[in-house]
Write a new protein. Structure first.
Length: 519
C-alpha cells in the first residue's frame, strides 16, 4: 500500500509542549494540520535552556483508511494526543517534539532535517510502516514503544532486530502508561553533560524491568495429552497434502518431511465457492448462528457466504485428497478475488480434526498439521502481543478453534464477529478456557529448528482494537527473552492446549530438529 504524504503544517505552540498549554493549543493546531506529522518546525522564540533534552516523539502508522491493526478508520489523532499529553504532563524536564511518519521514506526525511535532537521515542500506534528500524539505527538513544493492539507486530520485529544488531534501543510493551513514562524519564539523564546513549538505554530498560510482573505460580488444570509415537506422526506427514491458495513456498517442508504442497489460485477457490450448495450453506449458517453466544456485526448473508466458502474448502480438500488448507485471505478479499472470508470455515475444519490456516502461512500450516497428527489437538495461529506489566502474551487472531482439546473434547463458547481489520464479513471470537498450560511453536524445516514457549491461559481479552479472539496467557520463563526472536521467525505463532514438551522433544529427535526455547 502506498502511504499518504504527511502534513508539513508547523505548530509553534506544540513545539514548546509545556504542561499547561499542550492540550489547548494542540487541539487548535491539529484541527488545521490534520495530524501530528512534522510538528517540529522552527525553534520557538522563548525556547527552554539548551540543557533541556530534546527528544523526537515519533508516531508510526499507515493512513487510517487502510485495513490493518488496530482497524480501518482508527482515530489515530486522538490516541496520539493522549500519549503525547501523558508524557508531557509527567516529564516536564524533557522537550518532546512530536511527528508522524507513515513509511520509511518519511522517517528518513525527518532524520535529514538539521534540527538538534538528543533522543528518540518511537510509538508504534499502527503497523507495517518500516519506520522504527530507521530511527533505531541512528546511534541516538532510542525507545521503541508498542501501543498494544496497534503496533504490536512491527514493535516485536523491529525491537528484536535492534537488539540483535546492538543498537541503542530500549523497548516498552505494556498496558500500563506508567511503564512508558518511567522508561521515558531516562531521557532526563541527557541534561547531564557526558551522558552516553548506553546509559540512557540502560536506565530505560531498568525502568521497564521494574514494571515487569514476576511469574506467578503457573498452576493449571490437569490436562493429559495422548500423543502418538513420533515415527508414526512422521509417517503420516510423508503422505499428507497441504493446499495453498493464493500463495506459494514450502519446498523445504517437502524436502525434509515429504509433505506435498499443492499451490492453487484464487480462481480455484472462487469456482468452488460459486458452485457450493446454497441450501447446505444455509444449514451450516443456521448451526453456527444457533451455537454462538451472540452475533454482533455479521448479517445473515455474511454468515451464509462464509458457509458457502467453507463448502468450497471441503470440496478442494476432497478433490486433492488433502488434510490442510491455507488461504491468502487478506490478499484475496482485499483484492476482490474472494467473495467471503474463510474464517468460519477454518474454525469448523480445525474443530473437526482437519487444518484450516490463515494468510497462506505454509510454515504455520505445517506446524498445525504436524502437531495435530501428533496430539490430536488443533493449533491456533495468532499475532501475539506482549504485556510485561502482567507477564502476559496475548494470542490474537480472527480465527480460532472452539474445541481446543480435539474433535471429541468439550467445546467452548464463541461469538460471531466481523473481520476486525476491515470490519467486513464474518469471523469468530472464541472464548477459550482459562487455567490451562499451552505450548506455542513454529517448525522451520529450512533451518531444522522448532521454536517453543509455554504459557498458562488467564483470560479472553475484550478489546475492540485488533483481532477478535485474544487469548491472554501468563508466560512460563523470561518474558524479556520472549521479545528476542520475532525478527528471525516472524510474527505468527501456533498455540496448542497442553504441556507438549515431552512429545515435542521426541518428535524433534525423530525428525532431526533442534528445539529452541523462546522464553
Amino acid at each position: 500500500m502506498k502511504a499518504r504524504a504527511s502534513s508539513t503544517v508547523p505548530c509553534r505552540a506544540c513545539e514548546r509542549l509545556n504542561r499547561r498549554d499542550f492540550l489547548a493549543s494542540c487541539a487548535a493546531c491539529l484541527a488545521g494540520a490534520g495530524s501530528l506529522a512534522a510538528l517540529a518546525a522552527e525553534p520557538a522564540t522563548n525556547a527552554p535552556p539548551a540543557k533541556r533534552p530534546r527528544v523526537r516523539l515519533v508516531f508510526s502508522h499507515i493512513p487510517p483508511e487502510s485495513p490493518t491493526w488496530p482497524n480501518i478508520g482508527f482515530d489515530y489523532e486522538t490516541r496520539k494526543k493522549e500519549l503525547a499529553a501523558a508524557l508531557v504532563r509527567a516529564i516536564p524536564n524533557v522537550e518532546f517534539v512530536p511527528a508522524t511518519v507513515h513509511d520509511a521514506d518519511q522517517a528518513q526525511a525527518l532524520l535529514a532535517k538539521p534540527d538538534r535532537y538528543d533522543g528518540c521515542l518511537v510509538c508504534t500506534v499502527g503497523i507495517w510502516t518500516g519506520a522504527p528500524q530507521v530511527f533505531g539505527g541512528t546511534g541516538t538513544p532510542t525507545i521503541f514503544a508498542d501501543d498494544l493492539y496497534g503496533g504490536s507486530g512491527e514493535f516485536l520485529v523491529a525491537y528484536a532486530a535492534a537488539r540483535r544488531a546492538g543498537h541503542k534501543v530500549a523497548g516498552v510493551s505494556s498496558s500500563r502508561i506508567e511503564t512508558l513514562i518511567d522508561a521515558a524519564r531516562a531521557f532526563e539523564l541527557l541534561a547531564t553533560p557526558g551522558t552516553t546513549a548506553d546509559a540512557v538505554v540502560a536506565a530505560a530498560q531498568a525502568a521497564v524491568k521494574k514494571h515487569t510482573k514476576a511469574p506467578g505460580s503457573l498452576r493449571c488444570a490437569d490436562d493429559r495429552v495422548q500423543a502418538i509415537a513420533a515415527d508414526e506422526c512422521l509417517k503420516k506427514l510423508r503422505t499428507a497434502r497441504i493446499l495453498v491458495v493464493g500463495g506459494g513456498g514450502g519446498e523445504d517442508i517437502k524436502d525434509m518431511f515429504g509433505t506435498t504442497i499443492v499451490p492453487l489460485g484464487f480462481e480455484d477457490m472462487q469456482a468452488a465457492y460459486a458452485k457450493a450448495d446454497r441450501k447446505e450453506a444455509a444449514r451450516w449458517a443456521a448451526q453456527w448462528t444457533t451455537g454462538a453466544v451472540k452475533t454482533v456485526e455479521p448479517t445473515a448473508k455474511d454468515i451464509e457466504d462464509s458457509a458457502a466458502m467453507y463448502l468450497a474448502q471441503l470440496d478442494l480438500l476432497a478433490r486433492h485428497k488433502a488434510q490442510a488448507i491455507t488461504v491468502n485471505c487478506l490478499g484475496g478479499f482485499y483484492g476482490g478475488h474472494l467473495t467471503a472470508y474463510p474464517c468460519l470455515g477454518f474454525c469448523q475444519l480445525n474443530d473437526d480434526g482437519l487444518v484450516g490456516a490463515c494468510e497462506a502461512d505454509v510454515r504455520s500450516t505445517f506446524t498445525m498439521l504436524a502437531i495435530g497428527f501428533l496430539t490430536g489437538r488443533p493449533g491456533y495461529i495468532s499475532d501475539p502481543v506482549i504485556d510485561v506489566s502482567k507477564n502476559q502474551i496475548i494470542y490474537a487472531h480472527c480465527v480460532a478453534p472452539t474445541k481446543v482439546f480435539g474433535p471429541r473434547g468439550q467445546a467452548n463458547p464463541f461469538h460471531l464477529r466481523s473481520h476486525s481489520e476491515d470490519r467486513k464479513g464474518a469471523s469468530i471470537r472464541s472464548l477459550m478456557p482459562p487455567g490451562y498450560m499451552t505450548t506455542s511453536l513454529e517448525i522451520a524445516a529450512a533451518s531444522k529448528q522448532m521454536l517453543v514457549h509455554q504459557a498458562v491461559t488467564v483470560e479472553n481479552i475484550d478489546n475492540d482494537k485488533a483481532c477478535r479472539t485474544k487469548l491472554a496467557a501468563e508466560v512460563k520463563g523470561d518474558i524479556d527473552k520472549l521479545q528476542t526472536m520475532w525478527d528471525q521467525w516472524g510474527w505468527h505463532r501456533v498455540t496448542f492446549y497442553g504441556d507438549l514438551k515431552a512429545p515435542l522433544a521426541s518428535f524433534c529427535k525423530a525428525a532431526g530438529l533442534t528445539m529452541v526455547e523462546e522464553a
